[in-house]
Design a binder for this molecule. Structure first.
Ligand code: PLP
Length: 386
C-alpha cells in the first residue's frame, strides 16, 4: 500500500521518536508506581517530579499547578464541572467549544453563548448572559472559551474574554481548552489570563492517553476521579509516569520549534488554501475573508464546497491516498453536521460540503501537491454525477 497523506493532524499526530526514546525507560526498567516508597517507586517519583517541572516551564505555571490527566477530554470535564460533585452555579461556554466542554455545560444545564462568523465568542452576549445569571440563584460558576478551535482553527483573544468576566462576573474562574492551540502557540503567554488550562499530549507528538489540567491562581477544582488521592488529591489513579515524561518531552520540542514550524506550515497551508480557491468553483474558505488567515492556526484549512457531500468527497480523496475529515474526529462524521460550522452561520446546504484539512510538523510540499490534485478531481467527479 502506498503511504497515506495525513491531512488530519488536528485529529492526532504521529508520535515523535524523541518522545518514544524518553518514555521507554519508564515502561521497562523504571516501571515503579510513584505512589510507593521503595527504590523502584522513588525512581518513578523522580521522573514524575521532573516531568511536572518541565511541563510547568512550558505552560507558564508552578509545578504544583500541573495535574496530569488522561487527556483533553478529562481535563475539560474536570475544569468545567469543577469536580465531583460539580460546582454550584451555572457553567458558561461558547457555542463553538469541543464536545468535551459543550456536553458538560449542557449536562449541567449551563449557558451556551453564540459566536461570531469567525467562531469567536460574542463578548457583548457573554456580558449580557453573565449579568443575567448574576441576578439568579445560579450565578456563573465557570466560563470556558477555547484558545483555538479544533475545526475552523480560529484563535480567541483571552485578554478580552478575561476583561468581560472580571467586569460582569468577578471571581468566576476562566477555563481555556488549549488542546489544539498548544501545537502552535506559546500557551504560557496566550493562556496567561485563564485560571484553568487543558492540554492533550497526542496533538503534540506524544501518545494518546496523557494530558494535563493547569490549575492557576489558586483556582478551586475538586477531583473528578476519586480514589487514592494522587496528584495532591486532585486526580486519583496511578499516574502514567511514562506518559507524563512523553508529554513533557513533546511540549518542550513543540515549544522549541514554534516559530520555525508555524511559519513553514502556515506557508504550506496558504498554498493549499489558495490553490483550492483557485481550482474549485464556488469553494468557500470558512472563517476567512479575502485570504486573510492571520486569526487562524497555521495548520488549519477549513473549506465548504457547494453541491458536494463531504462524506462522499472524503471517501474519494481517501481512494486517492489523502486522509482528511469533515470536522471533529470525535463526532460520528459529516452526516451529523458540525455544530461549529453551524454556529459560525454557514448555511446547512454549504455546511454539507465541509472539509477540514489540517497540516502538522510532518507535512510537506508533496502533501499539498497531492491534495491540490485529489480534491479538485474528486469534486469534479461528484459534480459530473449530479
Ligand atoms: N478539545 C479539543 C479542542 C480537541 O480538539 C480535542 C480532541 O480532538 C479534545 C478536547 C479532546 O482531547 P483528547 O482526545 O485528548 O481527549
Amino acid at each position: 500500500m502506498s503511504a497515506l497523506i495525513d491531512l488530519d493532524h488536528a485529529a492526532t499526530t504521529p508520535v515523535r521518536p524523541e518522545v518514544v526514546a524518553a518514555m521507554e525507560p519508564f515502561a521497562e526498567l523504571d516501571y515503579g508506581n510513584p505512589s510507593g516508597s521503595h527504590r523502584l517507586a522513588r525512581a518513578a517519583v523522580r521522573a514524575l517530579d521532573e516531568a511536572r517541572e518541565r511541563c510547568a516551564a512550558v505552560l507558564g505555571c508552578a509545578p504544583g499547578e500541573v495535574v496530569f490527566t488522561s487527556g483533553g477530554t478529562e481535563s475539560d470535564n474536570q475544569a468545567v464541572a469543577g469536580g465531583m460533585p460539580p460546582r454550584s452555579g451555572t457553567p458558561v461556554c461558547s457555542a463553538a467549544e469541543h464536545h468535551a466542554v459543550l456536553d458538560v455545560v449542557q449536562a449541567l444545564d449551563g449557558s451556551v453563548v453564540a459566536v461570531d462568523a469567525a467562531g469567536r465568542i460574542r463578548l457583548d452576549l457573554l456580558a449580557t448572559e453573565l449579568d443575567r445569571l448574576a441576578a439568579t440563584d445560579r450565578p456563573p460558576a465557570v466560563v470556558s472559551v477555547m484558545l483555538a478551535n479544533n475545526e475552523v482553527g480560529t484563535i480567541s483573544d483571552l485578554v478580552e474574554v478575561r476583561h468581560v468576566v472580571d467586569r460582569h462576573a468577578p471571581g468566576t474562574p476562566l477555563h481555556t481548552d488549549a488542546v489544539q492551540a498548544a501545537a502552535w502557540l506559546d500557551v504560557a503567554d496566550a493562556a496567561a489570563h485563564a485560571d484553568l488550562v487543558s492540554v492533550s499530549g497526542h496533538k503534540l507528538g506524544s501518545p494518546k492517553g496523557i494530558g494535563a489540567l493547569v490549575v492557576h491562581h489558586g483556582a478551586q477544582v475538586r477531583p473528578l476521579l476519586l480514589g487514592g488521592g494522587q496528584e495532591r488529591g486532585r486526580r486519583s489513579g496511578t499516574v502514567n509516569v511514562a506518559g507524563a515524561v512523553g508529554l513533557a518531552t513533546a511540549l518542550e520540542l513543540t515549544a522549541g520549534s514554534l516559530r520555525e514550524n508555524g511559519g513553514r506550515v502556515a506557508a504550506l497551508r496558504d498554498r493549499l488554501a489558495d490553490g483550492l480557491l483557485d481550482r474549485v468553483d464556488g469553494l468557500v474558505e470558512t472563517v476567512v475573508v479575502d485570504r486573510d488567515r492571520s486569526h487562524v492556526l497555521p495548520g488549519t484549512c477549513h473549506v465548504c464546497i457547494p453541491g458536494v457531500d463531504s462524506e462522499t468527497l472524503l471517501l474519494l480523496m481517501e481512494g486517492a491516498g489523502v486522509c482528511a475529515s469533515a470536522g471533529s474526529s470525535c463526532s460520528s462524521g459529516a452526516a451529523e453536521g458540525s455544530h461549529v460550522v453551524a454556529a459560525c452561520g454557514v448555511p446547512p446546504e454549504l455546511a454539507a460540503g465541509a472539509v477540514r484539512l489540517t497540516l502538522g510538523r510532518t507535512s510537506t510540499d508533496a502533501d499539498v501537491d497531492a491534495v491540490l490534485e485529489a480534491l479538485p478531481a474528486a469534486v469534479e467527479r461528484l459534480r459530473s454525477r449530479a
